[in-house]
Design a protein around this ligand. Structure first.
Ligand SMILES: [Zn+2]
Length: 237
């Protein structure tokens, strides 16, 4: 099945934005539930995000098997995406990254990641932490390299927007691609600001009511941020 050109283009832009905004480096991946077949998803072949081009986009099923395009090498951790799409019909896009400021919150469980400002109102509920050694034993390489680990991660994510992965990174979801990218960028930003605030003293976080009101406002304004981020990356290409 042919991959729609528009879907290829927006995924390329998403990859370039996430690289430009410091969420991705040579690693990290973003996927989109396929608009023409929602039981599959679209994602780049294994490549550094900033270099991704429309022809790199491939289609996978929810077990991580390529559909068509069988010559391209998929990401090792594609099981993150497939297993979340399989269990969360509300999810339209997923970002997995190793963005640096988030890492401390995955390894210090008694300091939860919480909304420090309005842009991260989506972090309202407790962010779960995935403990990979519970499934993969004491000597794994920390990566989600099969469907069993992907299923365990999806179960731990539950209904949340974000999951921290101890000693590895994080995964965020959204109802669509722009929302997932927004969540990934502001999760990284919130983590950085929370670390700075906690170095000063004890922060006063948003209340639950403030966080949910702010999240609702932000959800209606994502296009404004996307337009700017996209302009930045398009002008470099
Ligand atoms: Zn990873």
């Amino acid at each position: 099945m042919k991959i729609p050109d528009q879907a290829r283009a927006i995924l390329v832009t998403a990859n370039h934005i996430l690289a430009a905004q410091g969420v991705f480096d040579g690693f990290g991946h973003v996927s989109l539930r396929a608009p023409d077949d929602p039981e599959t998803f679209l994602i780049s072949r294994s490549r550094a995000p900033q270099l991704i081009e429309p022809d790199d986009i491939m289609r996978l099923d929810f077990d991580g098997a390529p559909v068509g395009d069988k010559g391209m090498k998929p990401y090792l951790e594609r099981y993150i995406h497939g297993r979340i799409y399989a269990t969360r019909p509300d999810v339209g896009a997923i970002v997995h990254s190793h963005s640096a400021s988030v890492i401390p919150f995955g390894v210090v469980a008694d300091v939860p990641l919480r909304p420090i400002y309005h842009m991260a109102g989506f972090l309202n509920e407790a962010v779960p932490i995935f403990e990979i050694s519970d499934c993969a034993g004491p000597n794994c390489d920390m990566l989600i390299r099969d469907n069993d680990l992907g299923t365990a991660l999806a179960q731990e994510l539950g209904d949340s927007t974000m999951i921290l992965m101890r000693g590895h990174g994080s995964t965020v979801v959204g109802p669509d691609l722009k929302a997932a990218v927004f969540h990934a960028i502001y999760a990284e930003m919130n983590a950085r600001l929370q670390l700075q605030a906690q170095a000063l003293g004890t922060p006063r976080f948003l209340t639950s009511g403030e966080a949910s009101a702010a999240a609702k406002t932000n959800a209606a304004q994502i296009d404004r941020a996307w337009e700017l981020w996209a302009l930045d990356v398009d002008s470099q290409s």
